[in-house]
Design a protein. Structure first.
Length: 119
């Protein structure tokens, strides 16, 4: 997965699972704050990646990344999210807590951690 796709998925998963609006995230692997916002209402998501700038969102289980013009699947099961990034043909899983998302990118064979700021 592309780093910006991992960040987008982390924000979306957190918005759906925790139910609070995401105002930004800190990407530990990049060592920087990212301007990503996401808000979920029911099965709908609206988001914006201010660093690219690109909108993302849609209805579960499909999210559309307007920046890359690609769909990413996202399925929620309790505090876990999983899915597939069609642009890179890679799968992921993510564990979500109140302030943290840990995402495993199967194509990289590695974990990525994101601190989440909420409104």
């Amino acid at each position: 997965m592309h780093p910006h796709t991992r960040a987008m998925v982390a924000a979306a998963a957190h918005a759906f699972i925790i139910g609070r609006k995401v105002a930004g995230i800190y990407d530990h692997s990049a060592g920087r704050h990212l301007r990503i916002a996401a808000e979920a209402r029911g099965e709908q998501l609206q988001g914006f990646d201010g660093d690219r700038p690109a909108r993302f969102g849609g209805t579960l289980p499909e999210l559309y990344d307007a920046g890359d013009r690609v769909f990413v699947s996202l399925e929620i099961d309790g505090a876990t999210a999983r899915g597939h990034d069609r642009s890179t043909s890679s799968s992921y899983s993510a564990n979500v807590t109140e302030s943290l998302v840990q995402l495993y990118d199967y194509s990289q064979g590695a974990w990525f951690t994101f601190d989440v700021q909420v409104v």
